[in-house]
Ligand binder design. Structure first.
Ligand code: GAL
Length: 673
């Protein structure tokens, strides 16, 4: 499959000239301003179906050719979009099967990203459109890749989807007996005697059969992948050298993005943090977590496909990015492996729902705004950082975040309603980032062998082979962190028999006899045992969920105190495997990883990274690029590695002060070790 090898850092964003077809002067102004803002890459025509096929079978490509020619002449390249994210009204009216069915009703036309993924009619329209687009523009010199549709999401419950779901189930289970067993349908008399009795989970029907819900989520994700295959088939046939991407939504609930690995060549991500809603550092850490997750979908450089240059129009409070934050947050994406800094949107629409969404060019239509100037300054900076493009992120540490595990956890009734898988995994991410190391965020099917430390919190579900692979990782010398409520169910949400953590029991050397749930504010103490292997002392609080553990072969490193569980194990060590039985306060995880990382042979990128800063490293051709980002909200001192600060164009000062919202990108000639 082709690689996305844009030679410099991509800078630009969503560009919708289809909204301004009657204003050729606007295109001319756009091109001039793009050059001024150092924009070199635009995603064109994402929602342009009505302009491309105004009436069924009547295609109109001349305007798009004009735009592409003009951009190319100006040195601006294009990710050409397929327009399937929004349908023309004529199509919905004539072919209602393209509309989704929800709760037994077919939707009316409206909105976007809401077509049936199964509908043969919609697939045929998309195939025709994409065939024409690829034929017309697949060899156009401006086009460097395909932006397929927009933010795939949602599900349809029409009869076509029901049939496709049943076919998917037949492929998976072969027989109804095996499906009935996997879903444990003897419970509440749910046994199915005919495939036709199975219906997707909906509020007015079956919502409590965990196995059904879990398989439906998998089906929806797989059906979306299948739709992407349908979209890309003509493109790959006609323009096989052009890479394709989809713009993902990071921790979006509805799709299992790693399973798109075989159908896309690179991954885009649309990033809209709520800057200002809490400290910049807190927002930045969640953003970094998401960036590392997105990089982990394919384990290679990705693309920041959208971010606002100023404000969005859909948060509760649409705060403007403060001065300097646009540049810093773009550099943050690069630090975590993005090869682009793209925005939504180039120009504000004049009407419609997004007319107040931030854009490089506003309704004033000038280059005089603060936003334009910040974007231009960012563009100039990106040119100075150009050599980092295509560099890789090599991490000694991986954190598992697995979407099927998340779905299964959330589907489980008990031991508490809000499972907070994101929050629990983020606790660990935060402490690892605080320690200043690169972290890969991966699903449990990715290879583990390149890591020194694997953190697998809340591993409720174990997919086939996961326990064996974790065991092999530990036997190979890797350190593994496990936590409460792990090793509970198999991939179909059937509980393991024989005691938690199921297939991980001998690896962890513990038996979790029960899992207690604590009310908010209710805590236990974790008291470190004297002489514990990590050299920690004193007590920490923990809560949320608390396993009642028996240490079998593991040694006890900390014990609970404060309730009837006093004196029982709360942190154990079994060789290289650590088991944290409850959800500790952040202070514990900071101390724990500070102590564990050197034991696991992991060195920080920047020693003694100040709180509020984020450090990442990318590598290319034997060179390291160290990024240090100041999210402290103030000017702050930091010890930088020796090397050339690419942004400043001079050697980095060892004891530098990074200004508020400042950063350093340091090239070090000598590769480590
Ligand atoms: C994205 C979407 C864009 C635009 C943007 C606004 O999710 O892909 O089309 O709507 O949000 O922030």
């Amino acid at each position: 499959m082709p690689e996305f090898r844009f030679p410099v850092i991509g800078h630009g964003g969503d560009y919708n000239p289809d909204q301004w077809l009657d204003r050729p002067d606007v295109l001319e102004q756009d091109v001039a301003l793009m050059r001024e803002a150092r924009c070199n890459l635009m995603s064109v025509g994402i929602f342009a179906w009505s302009a491309l096929e105004p009436r069924e079978g009547e295609y109109s490509f001349a305007w798009l050719r004009g735009v592409l020619d003009r951009l190319h002449a100006a040195g601006v390249s294009v990710l050409l979009a397929t327009p399937s994210g929004a349908r023309p009204a004529w199509m919905s009216r004539k072919y209602p099967e393209v509309l989704r069915v929800e709760n037994g009703h077919r939707n009316f036309h409206g909105g976007r990203e809401n077509h049936c993924y199964t509908s043969p009619v919609y697939r045929a329209f998309v195939t025709r459109m994409n065939t024409r687009l690829a034929g017309e523009f697949g060899a156009h010199p401006a086009v460097v890749g395909w932006h397929i549709s927009n933010e795939y999401c949602g599900e349809c419950h029409c009869e076509l989807c029901q049939s496709a779901f049943r076919a998917w189930l037949k492929r998976k289970y072969q027989t109804l007996d095996s499906l009935n067993h996997a879903w444990w349908t003897a419970f509440w008399s749910k046994t199915f005697t005919d495939w036709e009795e199975i219906h997707s989970p909906e509020p007015n029907g079956e919502t409590q059969l965990c196995g059904l819900t879990l398989d439906w989520r998998r089906f929806v994700s797989d059906q979306t992948v299948d739709f992407v295959k349908c979209e890309t088939a003509p493109i790959r046939r006609i323009a096989p050298n052009l890479p394709v991407t989809i713009n993902t939504m990071g921790f979006f609930y509805g799709l299992d993005y790693p399973s798109f690995a075989d159908v896309v060549d690179f991954v885009g991500y649309d990033s809209y943090p709520m800057w200002g809603s809490k400290s910049d550092y807190d927002v930045a850490l969640e953003t970094s977590f998401t960036f590392d997750l997105v990089r982990g979908f394919l384990n290679k450089p990705w693309s920041l496909m959208e971010c606002t240059p100023s404000q969005v129009n859909w948060h509760e409070i649409c705060q403007l990015k403060r001065p300097g934050m646009h540049m810093l947050s773009c550099v943050q994406a690069l630090a975590h492996g993005s090869d682009t800094a793209m925005m939504f949107q180039w120009r504000k629409s004049r009407g419609g729902p997004e007319k107040f969404h931030g854009a490089v060019v506003g309704h004033d239509m000038t280059n005089r705004t603060r936003t334009f100037k910040e974007v231009k300054a960012t563009g100039e900076l990106l040119e100075t950082l150009s050599e980092i493009v295509h560099s890789e992120t090599k991490s000694d540490v991986a954190l598992i975040f697995d979407q099927a595990n998340r779905w299964a956890l959330d589907g489980a009734q008990g031991p508490r309603k809000d499972k907070d898988y994101f929050g629990v995994t983020f606790d660990h991410y935060r402490a690892l980032s605080r320690a200043g190391v690169n972290v890969d965020v991966i699903d449990m099917e990715k290879p583990f062998d390149s890591y020194k430390l694997l953190v697998a919190p809340y591993l409720y579900m174990l997919k086939p082979g996961a326990a064996e692979r974790l065991t092999a990782f530990v036997n190979g010398g890797g350190a593994l962190v496990l936590t409460f409520f792990s090793g509970i169910v198999d991939e179909n949400d059937l509980c393991f028999l024989g005691g938690a953590p199921g297939p991980l029991r001998s690896l962890a050397g513990v038996w979790a006899e029960e899992t207690d749930a604590l009310y908010d504010g209710q805590t236990h103490k974790m008291v470190m045992k004297p002489g514990n292997a990590l050299g920690l002392s004193g007590a920490y609080t923990c809560g949320f969920l608390a396993d009642l553990l028996h240490a079998e072969t593991a040694s006890v490193q900390a014990e609970y105190e404060g309730d009837y569980v006093s004196g029982t194990p709360c942190l154990t060590q079994n060789g290289n495997v650590w088991y944290i039985a409850s959800r500790p306060e952040p202070r514990f995880l900071n101390d724990f990883y500070q102590a564990l990382l050197p034991r696991a042979g992991v060195t920080p990128i920047v020693p003694s990274l100040p709180e509020g800063m984020i450090a990442c490293r990318r590598t290319k051709d034997g060179r390291d690029y160290t990024f240090v980002l100041n999210f402290t909200g103030a000017d702050a001192p930091v010890a930088l590695p020796a090397g050339i600060d690419l942004a400043a164009g001079q050697p980095a000062a060892p004891n530098a002060t990074l200004p508020k919202n400042g950063f350093a990108v340091i090239r070090t000639e000598q590769a480590r070790g």
